[in-house]
Write a protein that binds this ligand. Structure first.
Ligand code: SF4
Ligand code: SF4
Length: 245
């Protein structure tokens, strides 16, 4: 039995590239240059492999997603990386979150054996053409695709731990991310999905196993405080949700 036999992370997010082709106003990529092509950082393949191997060794069977703030399908290695992830973590639910801009029917076919769910968010005015083709070919919907529009995001947007200026309702407590692991393209184990600038890093996956990441005392101490609403980090104290109009 693996370390996770009693208590698994519900969600593990591993960013393979920092690059995103879009600059959505409700995303820190519109305010910082981290997501630009010229600044792109790709997670080395051997590090990605080590992480999914670690998870597989621990019988990981919850959700795995290859993103943080980079667009996963802008990474040409994605079909290969997800084949590797599928092989190492046969029980995991692999969910690919994408803006759909680079998706084509051919790429979709390549990815489908590895991916359990495609969560596609339309950030522009129109459905990306490749996504439209996939829907047209499959009769208007596909069991593996969940399609969202930016309106849905704007209705309850996160201020990304204080990075996006907006009127927000502050979090009174935060418990969800205690059950999640978030690793950026540099291999850093970061606070949570909101930690765009890696303001709180608990370690680097180059130097730690997934078991050590999961049981990191510091990570647990921060999140235990957050569960009680006792925020010790500035970014947690300014974190919340609002509506973008
Ligand atoms: S597509 Fe996603 S990651 Fe890229 S800028 Fe928009 S919200 Fe951010
Ligand atoms: S409160 Fe802190 S840990 Fe929770 S989502 Fe916000 S920044 Fe992340």
């Amino acid at each position: 039995m693996g370390l996770f036999s009693d208590h698994q992370p519900m969600f593990v997010e591993v960013e393979t590239t920092t690059y995103c082709n879009r600059r959505c106003t409700y995303c820190p990529n519109s305010m910082f240059d981290r997501g630009l092509r010229k600044n792109e950082v790709q997670m080395p393949e051997d590090l990605f492999h080590k992480i999914v191997q670690d998870l597989g060794r621990n019988h990981f069977c919850m959700q795995f997603s290859p993103h943080n703030y980079g667009e996963p399908l802008a990474d040409p290695r994605m079909p290969h990386l997800l084949e590797m992830a599928r092989h190492e973590m046969p029980k995991a639910r692999i969910a690919l979150y994408t803006n759909g801009d680079f998706l084509t029917p051919q790429l979709f076919e390549k990815l489908t054996p590895s991916v359990d769910a495609f969560v596609i968010t339309q950030h522009g005015e129109k459905m990306p053409p490749g996504v439209k083709e996939i829907f047209d070919e499959s009769g208007g919907s596909h069991p593996k695709i969940r399609y969202k529009t930016a309106q849905m995001i704007k209705a309850n947007a996160s201020n990304r731990a204080g990075l996006i200026p907006m009127q927000i309702k502050r979090r009174e407590a935060c418990g969800v991310v205690m059950n999640e692991l978030h690793i950026n393209a540099h291999g850093q184990l970061i606070l949570c999905c909101e930690d765009f600038l890696a303001q709180k890093v608990f370690g680097n996956m180059r130097d730690m196993t997934i078991e050590e990441a999961w049981s990191s005392e510091e990570r647990l101490r921060v999140h235990r405080g957050n569960v009680r609403g006792d925020f010790t980090l500035d970014q947690c104290a300014t974190c919340g949700h609002g509506r973008i109009t």
